[in-house]
Design a protein around this ligand. Structure first.
Ligand SMILES: Cc1cc2nc3c(=O)[nH]c(=O)nc-3n(C[C@H](O)[C@H](O)[C@H](O)COP(=O)(O)OP(=O)(O)OC[C@H]3O[C@@H](n4cnc5c(N)ncnc54)[C@H](O)[C@@H]3O)c2cc1C
Length: 499
């Protein structure tokens, strides 16, 4: 192999979703001297927001915290459709000239670190030609999201093959699915199901949400009156900054309230639900989960749209277990049968850590589950590797800005001291726990694939913006647990490893 044909960049970003685009923005702004490229398996930016095409697809976070700190969210809807989010991301890419760095149809297969060369050797498959290519980079920035793109999760349903209607998974929504006037059963009770119910109920004959157990569902206004009024008074950018701070504080307050006063939080949510439902509705049967609020992600419904569909008789909720699919629908354990023309399996995601790539360090395969997260973005004993995993209890993107800024400061620190290698090292044996602490089924199923977190200090992964702000934005980049080194070959452009 001819080493001169191998392209090298200082930072290689995997993924052109909201995290990867954010990483590119911060690198350009804070480290303009560093070369970078973004490898994206798909042929479009946006990740999640381009992949999902089911009716009604929208955020459940407010966009004043879900959008980037550096670019104001100007749409009057605070809970936004995937289309609006995609327009915002396209604008971000165009305004900052990020498009030229993105290589579409490039799927990363593996990354092998060499300490001798202070580089990652990255194997990539071109999905258009099937050819493989190799790149090298000083840092690998993994912004792969957290789930499989090729298929969602569907449990084994007995009798599935008997059903004569259509079965659809929201992750592979058929573009031409015509559900006008049809009887639809949506299996699931998560964010996707509660989005689909009111959207499909607009034209379907009837929509039934079939859940095994209830989820917390909270009505939220789709528009933020303060956000929409302030720009006229104090200008766009200041208004955006104020709204963002307001919403960060609000998210934190709600989260804290739920953690500290779970019984009061349960009562409050029940009260909000009952207010939206017809008199005599069995609220507890369908809207009272067995767990406490925020033990799993809360589902937001903008302007109580799902409750409105129930009130209008266009949708209903059934809480029961599936015994079997039948020719005409689903038979439940209670003996009841739900007839359907279309069954939507809104049964979740298949989680996948680090885009499914295989990692190795100096020839030894990395078992990700044995690694411990440091400051929520580095992995123990894995050099020059950053991963992006946002908040699950507030807007994901809030963490993107903090991590990217901290990473850019780390690069500056290393340059100033002549270092080319950096990795965190555990101070000794430490009690660990799973990185993802929410108790949802799909998270539990995948726990073994993801790294762990420690119990103290920077080894603990925070789910609180305020704490991360202190550590990542205000705190030093150097740390007793970070090891820095310099490779004698680090500044040579020729990757000696493969020459
Ligand atoms: C339906 C849905 C709604 C959501 N709503 C919200 C919300 O309202 N608020 C919130 O905070 N969070 C929400 N989330 C979580 C959401 O995924 C994140 O907030 C955010 O979009 C993640 O962005 P990301 O760029 O990190 O990952 P993704 O959007 O998943 O993008 C990852 C990108 O990496 C690419 N990639 C992956 N592996 C490889 C590989 N091996 N090689 C090359 N490219 C690869 C993918 O093709 C993709 O483009 C939602 C998730 C879903 C599924």
């Amino acid at each position: 192999m001819n080493s001169t044909s191998i392209e090298h960049v200082d930072v290689l970003i995997l993924g052109a979703g909201i995290s990867g685009i954010g990483a590119a923005y911060y690198l350009q702004k804070m480290q303009p001297g560093k070369s970078f490229a973004i490898l994206e398996a798909r042929n479009e930016i946006g990740g999640t927001w381009d992949l999902f095409r089911y009716p009604g697809i929208r955020s459940d976070s407010d966009l004043h915290t879900f959008s980037y700190e550096f670019k104001a969210w100007e749409n009057e809807k605070a809970i936004a459709s995937a289309d609006a989010i995609m327009s915002y991301l396209r604008e971000t890419v165009a305004e900052n000239g990020i498009g030229k760095a993105i290589r579409f149809g490039h799927k990363v297969i593996s990354a092998a670190w060499s300490s001798e060369d202070a580089r990652w050797l990255v194997q990539v498959e071109r999905l258009d030609t099937g050819k493989h290519l190799t790149m090298t980079c000083g840092w690998f920035f993994c912004a792969s999201g957290y789930y499989r793109y090729d298929e969602g999760y569907t449990p084994e349903f007995p009798g599935r093959e008997r059903f004569t209607g259509q079965i659809v998974h929201p992750q592979q929504w058929p573009e031409d699915l015509d559900y006008r006037g049809k009887r639809v059963v949506i299996i699931g009770s998560g964010a996707t199901a509660v989005t689909l119910v009111p959207a499909m109920a607009e034209t379907a004959g009837h929509v039934t949400m079939l859940q095994r157990s209830p989820t917390y569902i909270v009505p939220v206004p789709s528009e933020d009156r303060i956000a929409n009024t302030l720009p006229k008074l104090i200008g766009r950018d200041r208004a955006y900054a104020v709204t963002r701070q307001k919403n960060i504080a609000k998210q934190r307050l709600i989260w804290r309230f739920c953690q500290q006063y779970p019984r009061a939080a349960r009562r409050l949510i029940r009260h909000l639900n009952a207010k939206q439902l017809p008199t005599g509705y069995p609220v507890d049967e369908h809207f009272r989960p067995a767990y406490n609020p925020w033990d799993q992600r809360l589902c937001a419904v903008p302007d109580a749209d799902m409750f409105k569909a129930i009130r209008d008789g266009r949708a209903s909720v059934v809480t029961d277990q599936i015994e079997t699919f039948t020719e005409r629908g689903i038979r439940l354990q209670s003996g009841r049968e739900l007839e359907a023309d279309i069954i939507v399996t809104a049964t979740g995601l298949n989680l996948l850590a680090f885009g499914g790539i295989s990692l190795s360090v100096d020839g030894v395969a990395v078992n990700v589950a044995e690694k411990v997260a440091f400051k929520g973005f580095l992995l123990s004993d894995v050099p020059n590797f950053v991963y992006m995993f946002g908040y699950t209890n507030s807007s994901w993107t809030l963490k993107v800005g903090l991590v990217c800024e901290h990473f850019c400061r780390l690069l500056a620190h290393m340059d100033a001291h002549g270092h080319s290698i950096c990795y965190p090292q555990l101070p000794g044996p430490m009690e660990t726990r799973p990185l993802l602490e929410v108790t949802s089924g799909y998270v539990k199923r995948a726990a073994g694939q993801f790294p762990h977190q420690g119990s103290v200090g920077p080894w603990r992964t925070n789910m609180e913006y305020r704490i991360d702000h202190k550590m990542l934005r205000e705190g030093p980049v150097d740390d007793d647990h970070l090891r820095f080194a310099t490779s004698p070959r680090a500044d040579k452009r020729e990757p000696a490893l493969i020459a």
